[in-house]
Design a protein around this ligand. Structure first.
Ligand code: NDP
Ligand code: MG
Length: 378
C-alpha cells in the first residue's frame, strides 16, 4: 500500500483528482510535475508541501522558482527535472498522469528506481509495452492500472484461478459523443462538438481520442501488456452508461464485471490502496436509479482507429508506437483546426503502412519511430 507519492502531471484532470484522493486518504505528496502550468502547480505545492516540483518548460520553471522562493521546495526544470521527481527517494509510489508518450521516460526512470507505479499514462504502454513490462519484471516493480477499464479488469482478476482459465477480456467503451453517427456526418464536425464527452470530464487529448474511439484502440494495446493476453482475446463492447467499467470471461463462461459511478477517483484510489479498499469520496451506485444498462457492437467502419490499433499490436514491434505518435500529432492538429476529424484515422493509417519492422527495440528506437511518425504524419 502507498504511503508517499510523486505525482507526474499533477495539474491535469487525473493529476487533480489524484490530489483529491491524497487529501481524502492522507497520503504524503513528495513531488509534483507539470509541463508549464505555473499558477496551478504553485497552488498545489503550497498546499501539499512536496520536496521537489518540476516543470518541463524551462521558462515556466524559472518563474515558479521565483514564486516559491519563500519556501524550501526545490524547483526543477526540463524532462530531467521530471525524471528526478520520478526517482525521488522519499516516495514509494509514482503516479504517472502525464499525457502522451512524453510519460515514457519518467515511467522507465521510476521503474529503475524500484518505485511502485500507478499508471494513468496509457501511451507509455502503447509506445513501449514490451520494454516497460520487461524492465518492470526485471526490477520487481508493480504497475497498477489507473485507467478505469484496466482497473476494472484488474479488480475482476483478483482471486483468479492459478490455471490459465481466463478466456477473454471484455473492454467497455462509452462510444463517445459521436455514437450512432456515420462517417459522412462526421466529416465537418467541429472541435467544440468533439470535446463534449457524454459521461467523463477529461483532458483535451483523451477527449478527442474518445470521440475517434482511438482511446479504445490504445486501451486494447494497454490491456494486452498489462494482462498478458492476445489482442484477439480482447472484445470491445459499447456501453453508453459507463457503469460497467469492463469485465473478464473465464473458461466456464462466467463473466465477472466491475461496476461503479463514472468517477476516476475510484480507480485512482484503488491503485493506491490495493490490495485494501478505503471509503471513497464518490457516491454509491444505485442500479435501480440507473434502470437499464445497454450494450452494442462498435461501428468499426466509422471509428476506424480501433482496428488500426488492433492491426498494429498484432503486427508487433514498434507499430503500436508509430500509431500512437501519429495519433498524438493528428489529434493535436485537429484541435488546432489544421485538419478534419476523419483525417485523424487516415493519418494514423498512412503512418502504420510506412513504419519499418522491429523485433526487439530499445528506448532510443521508440524515440526514433516517434520522430519518424510525426514527420510522415506531417
Ligand atoms: P491533461 O491534459 O488534463 O493533463 C496532462 C498533464 O500532463 C498536465 O499536468 C500537463 O501539464 C502534463 N503534461 C503535458 N504535456 C507534458 C509533457 N510533454 N511532459 C510532461 N508533462 C506534460 O490529461 P489527463 O489528466 O486527461 O490525462 C493524463 C493521462 O491519463 C493520459 O495518458 C490519459 O490518456 C490518461 N487517462 C485520463 C483519464 C481522464 O479521465 N482524464 C482517464 C483514463 C486515462 P500542464 O498542465 O502544464 O500542461
Ligand atoms: Mg479508459
Amino acid at each position: 500500500m502507498t504511503e508517499n507519492l510523486s505525482i507526474l502531471g499533477s495539474t491535469g484532470s487525473i493529476g487533480k483528482q489524484s490530489l483529491d484522493v491524497c487529501r481524502k486518504c492522507g497520503y504524503g505528496v513528495k513531488a509534483l510535475t507539470a509541463f508549464s502550468s505555473v499558477e496551478e502547480i504553485e497552488k498545489q505545492a503550497r498546499e501539499f508541501k512536496p520536496e521537489k516540483v518540476a516543470l518541463v518548460d524551462e521558462k515556466a520553471a524559472a518563474d515558479l522558482k521565483i514564486k516559491l522562493a519563500d519556501t524550501d521546495i526545490k524547483v526543477l526544470g526540463g524532462m530531467d527535472g521530471v525524471c528526478e521527481c520520478a526517482e525521488i527517494q522519499s516516495a514509494d509510489t509514482v503516479l504517472n498522469s502525464v499525457v502522451g508518450m512524453a510519460g515514457l521516460k519518467p515511467t522507465l526512470t521510476a521503474i529503475y528506481a524500484g518505485k511502485k507505479i500507478a499508471l494513468a499514462n496509457k501511451e507509455t504502454l502503447v509506445a513501449g509495452g514490451q520494454l516497460v513490462m520487461s524492465e518492470a519484471k526485471k526490477h520487481g516493480v508493480e504497475i497498477l492500472p489507473v485507467d478505469s477499464e484496466h482497473s476494472a479488469i484488474f479488480q475482476c482478476l483478483q482471486g483468479k484461478p492459478t490455471n490459465k482459465a481466463l478466456k477473454k477480456i471484455i473492454l467497455t467503451a462509452s462510444g463517445g459523443p459521436f455514437f450512432g453517427k456515420t462517417a459522412d456526418e462526421l466529416r465537418d464536425v467541429t472541435v467544440e462538438k468533439a470535446l463534449k464527452h457524454p459521461n467523463w470530464s477529461m483532458g483535451a487529448k483523451i477527449t478527442i481520442d474518445s470521440a475517434t474511439m482511438m482511446n479504445k484502440g490504445l486501451e486494447l494495446i494497454e490491456a494486452v501488456w498489462l494482462f498478458s493476453v492476445k489482442p484477439d482475446d480482447v472484445d470491445i463492447v459499447v456501453h453508453r452508461e459507463s457503469i460497467v467499467h469492463s469485465a473478464v470471461e473465464y473458461d466456464d463462461n462466467s463473466v465477472i464485471a466491475q461496476l461503479g459511478l463514472p468517477d476516476m477517483r475510484i480507480p485512482i484510489q484503488y491503485a493506491l490502496t490495493y490490495p485494501e479498499r478505503f471509503e471513497s469520496p464518490v457516491g454509491e451506485l444505485s442500479l435501480s436509479q440507473i434502470g437499464k444498462l445497454t450494450f452494442f457492437e462498435p461501428d468499426y467502419e466509422t471509428f476506424r482507429c480501433i482496428n488500426l490499433c488492433r492491426k498494429a499490436i498484432n503486427m508487433g514491434g514498434l507499430y503500436p508506437a508509430a500509431v500512437n505518435s501519429a495519433n498524438e500529432q493528428a489529434n493535436l492538429m485537429f484541435r488546432q483546426g489544421k485538419i478534419g476529424f476523419l483525417d485523424i484515422a487516415d493519418r494514423v493509417e498512412a503512418v502504420l503502412e510506412k513504419t519499418p519492422h522491429y523485433d526487439n527495440y530499445t528506448f532510443e528506437d521508440i524515440l526514433e519511430i516517434d520522430k519518424f511518425a510525426r514527420e510522415i504524419g506531417g
